[in-house]
Design a protein around this ligand. Structure first.
Ligand SMILES: C[S@@+](CC[C@H](N)C(=O)[O-])C[C@H]1O[C@@H](n2cnc3c(N)ncnc32)[C@H](O)[C@@H]1O
Length: 277
């Protein structure tokens, strides 16, 4: 029954209204979720099976902003963007916390030449400064508290050259506010021998989305949990200010499409000094 979720920890009682029960349920995170291990061997082995399709335009945009580099990718993963960007002749370094994702990067042509610092992008230190630091594919949202996201901006600011730029690409939280009862089930794959469902529940207070991609097939059920903290672009701009950075540009996509109230994602570019008028 929807009004009395079957969660023994938050049973409804006379003093425990349906609204209270719902809000308690929302506060439950995906149990045992550990961001540090969420991109393990299983996820890494499948990561490049389905690319986004925007890789060439992403690389073209980053290449232009890099102005010769050097460049640092936060959360470089398997090198989906870092490798083709390095192939344009730029020096691209990376930060990453998953050994399994870096192993996939190393196995690709050019992957052994990329210097990767292992650690948490919110605070790990790297040697040197960069003309461009970038964080794409919603990955700022993988930091699960506002504090960690601010620390990430501060870490970036401490590794930018004078005139250096920080680019962030992320979805806006709009879709989270069109959900029925702050939750959804999407059919991602419907085939004769397998079904993949994306199941999500959003907490408006913390801006955290608990999500699990579930694949059911003759092999059994596979769970792909992921937790993310959504951020409005305006909140991101304040994080940048705390770190001593200012918004220089904001687009709705890699080809500098105008960002407006209907945009569902943004490409935001920050720099240390205010942009020239
Ligand atoms: C969606 S993938 C993006 C990978 C790559 N940037 C791309 O565009 O394909 C997210 C990556 O972020 C890494 N990651 C998540 N949180 C991190 C953190 N706090 N510090 C460093 N890497 C992190 C994961 O291990 C994973 O490789």
């Amino acid at each position: 029954m929807r009004d009395q979720p079957g969660n023994p920890d938050v049973a409804a009682s006379p003093g425990n209204s349906v609204a209270t029960v719902r809000s308690s349920v929302r506060q439950c995170r995906v149990r045992n979720f550990d961001p540090k291990t969420s991109f393990g061997a299983d996820a890494a082995s499948r990561y490049d099976d389905t690319l986004r399709g925007d890789e060439p335009e992403t690389v073209a945009c980053l290449n232009e902003l890099a102005r010769g580099g050097p460049v640092l990718e936060l959360a470089i993963g398997t090198g989906r963007i870092g490798l083709p960007l390095a192939a344009t002749g730029l020096r691209v370094d990376g930060i990453e916390q998953s050994d399994a994702m870096v192993a996939r990067l190393r196995a690709k042509p050019g992957g052994a030449e990329i210097a990767v610092t292992m650690g948490d992008m919110a605070d790990v230190s790297v040697l040197g400064n960069y003309r461009l630091i970038y964080l794409v594919y919603n990955t700022l949202l993988n930091l699960l508290t506002q504090d960690d996201q601010v620390r990430c901006f501060e870490n970036v600011a401490s590794h930018l050259t004078d005139g250096g730029l920080f680019l962030v690409e992320a979805a806006t939280p709009d879709s989270m506010y069109a959900l029925r009862e702050d939750q959804y089930v999407d059919a991602e794959v419907v085939a004769t021998d397998a079904v993949t469902l994306d199941v999500g529940r959003y907490d408006r207070a913390t801006q955290v989305l608990d999500e699990c991609h579930m694949t059911m097939s003759a092999d059994g059920i596979r769970f792909g949990p992921i937790v993310t903290r959504y951020v409005w672009p305006s909140e991101m701009d304040l994080m940048a200010r705390i770190a001593g950075l200012r918004l220089h540009s904001r687009w709705a996509g890699w080809q500098h499409e105008p960002f407006d109230s209907r945009s569902v994602r943004h490409v935001s570019v920050y720099g240390r000094s205010p942009p020239s008028p």
